[in-house]
Design a protein around this ligand. Structure first.
Ligand SMILES: NC(=O)C1=CN([C@@H]2O[C@H](COP(=O)(O)OP(=O)(O)OC[C@H]3O[C@@H](n4cnc5c(N)ncnc54)[C@H](O)[C@@H]3O)[C@@H](O)[C@H]2O)C=CC1
Length: 484
């Protein structure tokens, strides 16, 4: 098999297998071939991971930030050196074109390791002067054992976006990748050990939702960070709350992208393509509701369809390919179902949306025009290459319509009017806004959603708040006074 790892799990610094676990086939989405076979984690594997992580974390917490950071930065360097191999594996795991995986997956993971590695030494508390010479200080302490649960669209990135801040703060991690894309997190775990991370601090256990559920409900786990859909997020957040665990939820969206008459059409079309068709549309923050002001609607659609006709759909390993298959047959069928639904609801299919008849899970990028707010394709997260174009007249109207959704992950605006751009950003109910751009996610900037799209933030200094807690220590310099 093309991508068979040494074993299914990585626990306590080494690969481990337990063939008693349910077999899991890993399928290359571009051809439908089985490229690896793993086993789901058994309760024995989960137990081994928890025991190893708890023991290792106690020692890791005693390391200085400088020492922790050095290991993370070394890991980032190794990941960059091996970017080609890691990107090929990511392409096998997800089907995303190598043209994308070579610049947006292991490299983004390395950015997180480097950023949080650099921050580790500066994670200090503060000194607070009080009256009468008394004073207090705060200590930033790790949470303990953090569980990360991943989605299938950015497996390496998610494994690092959760692992890097957790480790920088002195925590241990157990990561459960998506069952659809289990391969790359194992490589991250292996490279962390090679870079000098003590055994037991970053473990990878495979499995379906039930394995995630077993981790989330274990009383020895202090924090849960999920990247996934809103329905899963609601379950995992509720399970974490039952034990008062810390939680970060990076969930789905149905984000608006607003294009005003005065926008640079070429840039707006680029933003709409990036925000709908990169990774075959499998990006949580995608701007799938494209509101176009009526005056430029036809010009926008014309240029969009022209540009879409130049997409290179084909072998994901070919560096020229810029549009790959859906991650799985299951996801393809969900997307095809929405294309059918959109047509049945009366939207106009401008182009694409047809299954490409060849092995693997392929579809052409779809654009719907004349979409109205009540249609399922405008309300529900599709998580595939289906763009809905909606018309609007005024700024006031479009802000209200853009916000009329349970989600609040991202929002974008294309306009050449500077003050309007900032008014729009202020009016959007979204965790991340883009002005004349779409889907940037550099590690320096907080990322996360509002409303049903989640709680907490990943990346940036903001993530530190979600992987550490403050202890306050009061120091009295005089006598202790009591009422009697
Ligand atoms: N906001 C963000 O940063 C991102 C959000 N996403 C969202 O992820 C979704 C697509 O990914 P999927 O893997 O289909 O999501 P999903 O919600 O089906 O699964 C996510 C993960 O949760 C696990 N899981 C399922 N049930 C569980 C349970 N009861 N307890 C614990 N773990 C459980 C799954 O095994 C998987 O590892 C989309 O909604 C997308 O928007 C994807 C990428 C980034």
């Amino acid at each position: 098999m093309k991508a068979q790892p040494t074993a299914s799990h990585f626990v306590n610094g080494r690969y481990v297998e337990d063939t008693a676990g349910t077999p899991m086939d890993v399928i290359y989405p571009a051809t439908g071939e089985v490229i690896a076979q793993l086993h789901e984690a058994t309760p024995a594997i989960i137990e081994e991971a928890i025991i190893a992580a708890k023991a290792a974390q106690k020692e890791w917490a005693k390391y200085s930030g400088t020492e922790r950071g050095r290991i993370l930065r070394r890991t980032a360097d190794i990941m960059r050196e091996r970017n080609h191999d890691l990107s090929v594996l990511e392409t096998y795991d997800t089907g995303k074109p190598y043209q994308e995986t070579s610049v947006a997956d292991a490299t983004s993971g390395a950015d997180a390791l480097e950023f949080f590695g650099g921050l580790a030494a500066s994670l200090t508390g503060e000194h607070i002067q009080l009256s009468g010479g008394d004073w207090a200080y705060t200590v930033r302490e790790p949470l303990g054992l953090c569980v990360g649960i991943g989605a299938w669209n950015y497996p390496t990135q998610i494994a690092c976006w959760k692992g890097a801040p957790a480790l920088a703060c002195g925590n241990a991690v157990i990561f459960k990748p998506s069952e659809t894309t289990p391969l790359c997190a194992l490589k991250v775990a292996e490279i962390l050990i090679e870079a000098g991370l003590p055994a037991g601090l970053y473990n990878v256990v495979q499995g379906m939702g039930a394995v995630g559920g077993a981790l989330v409900t274990d009383p020895r786990v202090e924090k849960v960070s999920l990247t996934g859909s809103v329905p899963t997020g609601k379950k995992v957040y509720a399970a974490a709350a039952a034990d008062m665990k810390h939680a970060t939820m990076e969930l789905g969206g149905k984000s608006p992208m607003v294009v005003f008459d005065d926008a640079n059409i070429e840039d707006a079309v680029s933003g709409a393509i990036l925000g709908n068709f990169y990774s075959s549309g499998q990006v949580c923050s995608n701007g799938t509701r494209v509101f176009v002001q009526k005056g430029i609607k036809e010009a926008f659609l014309k240029r969009l369809t022209e540009r879409l006709s130049t997409a290179i759909i084909g072998d994901p390993m070919d560096e020229a390919t810029n549009f790959g298959p859906m991650v799985s047959e299951n996801q393809l069928n969900i997307v095809l179902g929405y294309v059918e639904k959109g047509q049945a609801e009366g939207a106009r299919l401008v182009c694409g949306g047809t299954r490409i008849e060849q092995p693997g899970s392929w579809i052409t990028p779809a654009v719907f025009a004349d979409v109205t707010d009540d249609m399922a394709i405008a309300r529900e997260e599709i998580f595939g290459p289906v763009m809905s174009v909606l018309d609007f007249d005024t700024e006031e109207e479009v802000v209200a319509r853009a916000n009329d959704t349970e989600f609040g992950l991202a929002a974008g605006v294309y306009t050449s009017d500077l003050t309007r751009a900032h008014r729009m950003a202020a009016g959007f109910e979204a965790g991340t806004c883009f002005i004349n751009s779409y889907n940037d996610a550099p590690v320096e900037v907080p990322f996360g959603g509002v409303k049903a799209s989640g709680i907490g933030r990943e990346n940036s200094k903001a993530a530190i708040e979600h992987y550490s807690q403050l202890k306050s220590v009061y120091v009295r310099m005089g006598e202790t006074e009591a009422p009697f």
